[in-house]
Write a protein that binds this ligand. Structure first.
Ligand SMILES: C[C@](O)(CO)[C@H](O)COP(=O)(O)OP(=O)(O)OC[C@H]1O[C@@H](n2ccc(N)nc2=O)[C@H](O)[C@@H]1O
Ligand SMILES: Nc1ncnc2c1ncn2[C@@H]1O[C@H](COP(=O)(O)OP(=O)(O)OP(=O)(O)O)[C@@H](O)[C@H]1O
Length: 270
C-alpha cells in the first residue's frame, strides 16, 4: 500500500501556559498542506525501513515510521512489514513532516493488517508519538488546544487559496523553539478571527514563535517581508519554524519570488 503523508500549516499559534508535564498548552488552527512524502508498506518476511529523498537526521531505527510500527506491535500480533519512506517535506520546518509520517504509518498499518481500529484509537496511539501526530489521523482543519493534540472541528473557507511556503534551510528544533517562548494568554480567539476576511488576519492571527525566534533568526522576518511585498494578504511562520508561508487569495498561483540556495519553495493551493 502506498500513501502520501502530507504536511500542515498553523494558522495562528498562541503558547498559553506551562503544563505540569513540562509541555506547553497552546491554541492554534491546523490545516492540511498538500506537500507530501511517500510511504509504502508491504507484508514481508522481516521488518525493514529504507529511506530516499531528503536525509533524515538520526538512526533509521528511531524513525517515526518504525516507532509507529513498534507501538502497534506491542498491542497486536503484527506480521513483519517492509516500509519505504521517500522524504520530501523539509525537516525542522514547523510543517509537521515527521508527525505526518508517524500518523500515516499508523493508518496504513491499520489498513494493511486489517486491524479495524477507529480514528479515535489511532489518535491515542498517535499522541504517544508526538503532540502534532494526532492531527494527521483525520487530517481536517481543526482548532487545536492543550498540547496541540485535542481538537475542535472548525469550518474554514480556504478552498483553493494560492499559497507559497518558503523553507530557508534552517533546522529549528521544536524543543529549542518552545524554550524561547514565554507563555501568555491568547491575544485573540482564533476561531472567530479566522472567520473574518483574510486581509484582517495580519492584525489578529499571530504566532508567538515568530516574535520569539525572529531576533535570533532574522531571515524569518526577511522572508515574511518578501511575501508581503509580493502581495500576500497574510504571511506567517508555521508552527515553531523555520518555514514561512504567504496566502494570496484571488491569485491563480502565488507570484514568483527569487530566494537564494539552499531555500526550498513550495507553490500550490490549500
Ligand atoms: C510547534 C508545533 O508544531 C505546533 O503545531 C507542535 O506543538 C510541535 O509538536 P511536535 O513536533 O509533535 O512536538 P513533540 O515531538 O511532541 O515535542 C517536542 C518537544 O517540544 C516541546 N513541546 C511540544 C509540544 C507542546 N505542546 N509543548 C512543548 O513544550 C517539548 O519540549 C517536547 O519535548
Ligand atoms: N519520518 C521522519 N521525518 C522527519 N523527521 C523524523 C522522522 N522520524 C524521526 N524524525 C526525527 O524528528 C526530527 C524532526 O522533528 P521536528 O519536530 O524538528 O520536525 P518535523 O517533524 O519535520 O516538523 P515540526 O518542525 O513541525 O515538528 C528529526 O531531526 C529526526 O531526528
Amino acid at each position: 500500500m502506498l500513501v502520501f503523508p502530507n504536511a500542515k500549516l498553523n494558522l495562528g499559534l498562541y503558547v498559553t501556559g506551562l503544563r505540569p508535564d513540562g509541555f506547553r498548552n497552546l491554541e492554534s488552527v491546523f490545516v492540511p498542506l498538500p506537500w507530501s512524502d511517500a510511504l509504502e508498506a508491504l507484508p514481508a518476511s522481516a521488518t525493514t525501513l529504507t529511506l530516499t529523498g531528503i536525509p533524515i537526521p538520526g538512526e533509521p531505527a528511531t524513525n517515526l515510521c518504525l516507532r509507529a510500527y513498534e507501538l502497534l506491535k506491542a498491542d497486536f500480533d503484527l506480521p513483519p512489514v517492509q516500509l519505504h519512506l521517500h522524504k520530501v517535506v523539509p525537516i525542522g520546518a514547523g510543517l509537521g513532516g515527521g508527525s505526518g509520517d508517524a500518523a500515516f504509518a499508523l493508518r496504513v498499518l491499520n489498513d494493511l493488517f486489517g486491524l479495524g481500529l477507529p480514528a479515535e484509537t489511532l489518535e491515542s496511539y498517535a499522541r504517544r508519538l508526538g503532540a502534532d501526530c494526532a492531527f494527521f489521523i483525520q487530517n481536517k482543519p481543526v482548532f487545536a488546544f492543550e498540547k496541540g493534540d485535542v481538537f475542535e472541528a472548525i469550518s474554514l473557507n480556504l478552498g483553493g487559496i494560492a499559497c507559497k511556503v518558503v523553507y530557508p534551510g534552517l533546522h529549528i528544533s521544536t524543543a529549542e523553539a518552545y524554550a524561547r517562548v514565554t507563555p501568555r494568554p491568547p491575544r485573540h480567539d482564533l476561531r472567530t478571527a479566522l472567520q473574518q476576511p483574510l486581509e484582517t488576519w495580519r492584525h489578529t492571527v499571530g504566532n508567538d514563535f515568530e516574535e520569539a525566534l525572529t531576533p535570533h533568526y532574522p531571515v524569518l522576518g526577511d522572508i515574511k517581508q518578501a511575501l508581503y511585498a509580493a502581495g500576500a494578504a497574510y504571511a506567517s511562520l508555521s508552527g515553531s519554524g523555520s518555514a514561512v508561508y504567504g496566502l494570496f487569495p484571488g491569485a491563480a498561483v502565488a507570484p514568483q519570488i527569487s530566494f537564494p540556495a539552499p531555500y526550498t519553495v513550495w507553490d500550490g493551493r490549500l
